[in-house]
Design a protein. Sequence first.
Length: 204
Amino acid sequence: MIEIDKNERIVRTVRKHWLVLVGDVFILIFAIAMPVILLVAGHYLPIENILTFIGPAWQVGGFFLFLWLTAVWMFGFLLWTDYYLDVLIVTDKRVFDIQQHGLFRRESSAFRIDRIQNITVEVKGVLQTFLDFGTIRIETAGEREDFIANYISHPYEIKKFLNECQDIAADESQAVHFARAMPAAGTKAPPQSQSTNPSDPSIA
């Protein structure tokens, strides 16, 4: 899914709150119940006078039921794929944002943790407060637009975790710069040798 360095490790994976699936689940339930609704309605509507089938009615009905349930299954699989693959992956060095659009389209972006300047959490309304999800906005140095992740579960916990990762990355960066500066500061210039030229007037 992502390519990371050999010395880089994944420390956390963050997904959207399950509530984003509730509306789609109701649509799936209604779609699954649709054949039953049509079967009940068939006893009250003169379908035989509107449509003409060749062959036994149960075979025709079974064929259309199979097609319908296959389409519903594909729709549900597509919804679950979009939900499961829309993810934030946090390593000890970077944050990856992966957005899945359908089965064959994916957008991925990344930024370094040590470039984070500010993290803002926005929780709106009673529902988001009660279920503990919201929006995370991350400002990074050198980026044109802020990074925004919507419907993230436990946003304040994620903010605290990213701040801790940022502090660790800053400490490691300072340690590396300090280690590089130490040899340079400890190196002294070699002493200048005195001239032994007999013609030098400074030699008495």
